[in-house]
Design a protein around this ligand. Structure first.
Ligand code: HXC
Ligand code: NAP
Length: 270
């Protein structure tokens, strides 16, 4: 956690809680894991590559975080359930689920194969359902009020040329969070989303903006004039899972420097 975040959040505010962060070994997910851990949470990170999880867990442990890495494919409900159950067994409960795992690539929609479409929707949308479903019995018992935070993006409602499956999947996740906000709040779980704009030094920005030679064009559409930082997304998640946000339910916290108010250009515009 960087100094700016530490100056806002009391370091012990998540003491006694356990968090499960999908895709928590890299990029934004790892930033979230570090911040929640620094605030006192036990942290489980879950994704497909053991070596990535090992490296991330070593770094978390070195920072004093009680961390567990579990190999899991969010597309497989059985794999998710085993991972959640293992996390609960280790830490004695589950209070926070962060649905961060995602797949995405830039491809004109007319060139996309049906399997390309299915793959992204399966990871993002079906994966989020699988995690919420497997976590439900544990989150509903949380003495801190169970929290679900799903990472989406404002491109879901602003349009995302070249990333149709991710846009559709993220819109689906937003809808799922709103439904759960109503359906599960009486069952002790509140649900929200965080919608990052373009975040520097991440796989997402590399694939979608840098590899496609559109980073400068994207930057020009961010009113604050820079890409975001991983820690700025982690801070938004920390707020939503903190005691301060117990009455925040079913909302989207957009952290994009105002990017959502600039139209996404036609794919042929530079
Ligand atoms: C077109 C592609 C493609 C590409 C894969 N496919 N990459 N089609 N252009 N660049 C097609 C394949 O041809 C195949 O279809 C289908 O997608 C499945 O591909 P697999 O490689 O078999 O899938 P899998 O091994 O499951 O890997 C999933 C993946 C991969 C999404 C394709 O890239 C991945 O694991 N990504 C995880 C990391 C990631 O994406 N991070 C960025 C998240 S950023 P066919 O028909 O050939 O069988 C994000 C928002 C970014 O979400 C926001 C930026 C501002
Ligand atoms: P990233 O580093 O590639 O993160 C994606 C993570 O998901 C990886 O750790 C990956 O690990 C995991 N993952 C992918 N498929 C999985 C599966 N089937 N099962 C389990 N885990 C899986 O990308 P990022 O840029 O940090 O993105 C993180 C989140 O932020 C995503 O939800 C993304 O949509 C969102 N977002 C990012 C930006 C941005 O600017 N970067 C902007 C808006 C929204 P494995 O490959 O090891 O499984």
């Amino acid at each position: 956690m960087n100094e700016k975040n530490a100056s806002i959040f009391g370091l012990g505010i998540l003491e006694g809680t356990s968090a499960f962060v999908t895709g928590g070994g890299t990029g934004i997910g790892f930033g979230i894991a570090k911040t929640l851990g620094a605030l006192g949470a036990n942290v489980t990170i879950a994704s497909r590559r053991q070596e990535v999880l090992d490296k991330a867990c070593a770094e978390l442990s070195e920072a004093g975080v009680r961390a567990l890495g579990i190999v899991c494919d969010v597309r497989d409900h059985g794999s998710v359930k085993r991972a959640v159950d293992q996390s609960v067994e280790k830490f004695g409960g589950l209070d926070i689920l962060v649905n961060n795992a995602a797949g995405n690539f830039a491809c004109p929609t007319e060139d996309l194969s049906p399997n390309g479409w299915r793959t992204v929707v399966d990871i993002d949308l079906n994966g989020t359902f699988n995690c919420c479903h497997a976590a439900f019995p544990h989150l509903s018992k949380s003495p801190h009020v169970g929290r679900i935070v799903s990472i989406i993006t404002a491109y879901a409602w602003g349009g995302w040329p070249g990333c149709a499956p991710a846009a559709a999947a993220k819109a689906g996740i937003q809808s799922l969070m709103r439904t759960l906000a109503i359906e599960w709040a009486p069952k002790n779980i509140i649900s929200n989303t965080v919608a990052p704009g373009p975040i520097a030094d991440t796989e997402g920005t590399k694939r979608i903006h840098e590899d496609t030679d559109r980073a400068a064009a994207e930057l020009a559409r961010v009113p604050v004039g820079r890409f975001g930082e991983v820690e700025e997304i982690a801070a938004a998640v920390a707020y939503l899972v903190s005691p301060a946000a117990r009455y925040v339910n079913g909302t989207d916290l957009v952290v994009d420097g105002g990017r959502q108010f600039k139209a996404t250009p036609r794919p042929d515009a530079k």
